[in-house]
Design a protein around this ligand. Structure first.
Ligand SMILES: Nc1ncnc2c1ncn2[C@@H]1O[C@H](COP(=O)(O)OP(=O)(O)O)[C@@H](O)[C@H]1O
Ligand SMILES: [Mg+2]
Length: 327
């Protein structure tokens, strides 16, 4: 199951994604956390020291390796140089499974021990001044999009991505790659307006979107969110003493999380799980082709000097791998 946390900066994406990752790990659910936010804080929120977090190998720095591996023997992709972030898999491509060892995870993943269970962490790497200019952030989140387009994930395994909700997300297909998108909104007009904008894009592409309210101070805050957001509002987190203690560098066991917050995480887990039967691999594949053709025409063909539309394998549908038969 692929889950995104989006929202405006400071709304609590990193905090809530890290709590959701801890919740899953504590239940024994295999979980891969991906930090794709401009401000790379997920590692620290999961308990790494600043030094450990800074030592995580960035996906953005391993793009040639990732492309070469995923390209495999796909005859439609002539070289890793002509593989762009939206290049879809086809016959001969290598697919990624969360439960296996592969060169991508070997090169980029960091195992993060949690007080209950553990998580695998992937990071895009910090955004430099160059990324923020002409090239936008896409070169960094491009590695995530490529991996998602080659990922065949199953029912009880989770990939949780902490990402921004800037309008840049919509230029690429990244925002359509998730079984559930949790939009974190503070009870403010700004928080609600980010939700409204996201909802427009989400609706056009059939993206499952639920709002997670955060930093509600009183019942009036909750009522405001309920009034503005309606049924899309799934749960609301208040001010968390557990989070504040973490911020002061005081580690508390996850079991000491406020009961209301633990319940809210359970509701998010159930909402995400309920998306499983709704997954549609054909639509998922069609959408990646749609965004690939768009990106090829708008910059990819020029940038690579190749006709990238020819990379599309018309007969290919990404599918969840059947569980291996018992021996
Ligand atoms: N529910 C909460 N209770 C207390 N503090 C919170 C809560 N959610 C977020 N924060 C604090 O708000 C700040 C911004 O949160 P963060 O998760 O980094 O936001 P984002 O990733 O969206 O930029 C951090 O200092 C974080 O500890
Ligand atoms: Mg963040």
């Amino acid at each position: 199951m692929k889950i995104a946390f989006v929202g405006k900066g400071g709304s609590g994406k990193t905090t809530l994604s890290s709590l959701f990752v801890r919740h899953l790990a504590a239940r024994g659910v295999p979980v891969t956390a991906v930090d794709a936010d401009i401000n790379q804080h997920l590692g620290v929120a999961l308990g790494l020291t600043e030094e450990e977090a800074a030592a995580c190998p960035p996906l953005g720095g391993r793009l040639p390796l990732i492309k070469d591996y995923l390209r495999g023997e796909n005859p439609r992709i002539l070289s890793s140089e002509t593989m762009i972030k939206t290049t879809p898999p086809g016959a001969g491509s290598r697919l990624l499974r969360l439960s296996e060892e592969n060169p991508v995870f070997d090169a980029c993943a960091t195992e993060v021990p949690l007080d209950k269970g553990a998580a695998r962490l992937l990071v895009t790497g910090p955004f430099t001044a160059d990324d923020l200019g002409v090239a936008c952030y896409h070169s960094k989140t491009g590695a995530v999009e490529l991996c998602l387009n080659h990922l065949v994930d199953g029912r009880d395994e989770y990939l949780v991505v902490d990402m921004t909700a800037g309008s840049d997300s919509f230029a690429s297909g990244l925002f359509t790659r998730f079984d559930m998108t949790f939009l974190v909104a503070e009870p403010t007009r700004k928080g609600v307006s980010v939700y409204r904008q996201y909802r427009e894009y989400a609706r056009d592409y059939g993206v499952a979107l639920r709002v997670v309210g955060n930093k509600a101070r009183d019942p009036e805050d909750v009522a405001f969110l309920r009034e503005e957001i309606g049924d899309d509002l799934l749960v609301t987190f208040g001010h968390s003493d557990w989070v504040r203690a973490m911020e002061r560098g005081q580690r508390r066991p996850f079991a000491a999380l406020d009961a209301d917050d633990a319940r809210a995480l359970g509701a998010m887990h159930r909402a995400a799980d309920a998306g499983y039967p709704l997954r549609d691999w054909e639509r998922y594949t069609q959408q990646m082709v749609h965004f690939h053709l768009k990106n090829a025409a708008s910059w990819g063909n020029d940038r690579t000097g190749a006709d990238l539309a020819a990379q599309v394998d018309p007969g290919f549908v990404l599918r969840e791998a059947p569980s291996p038969l018992p021996a």
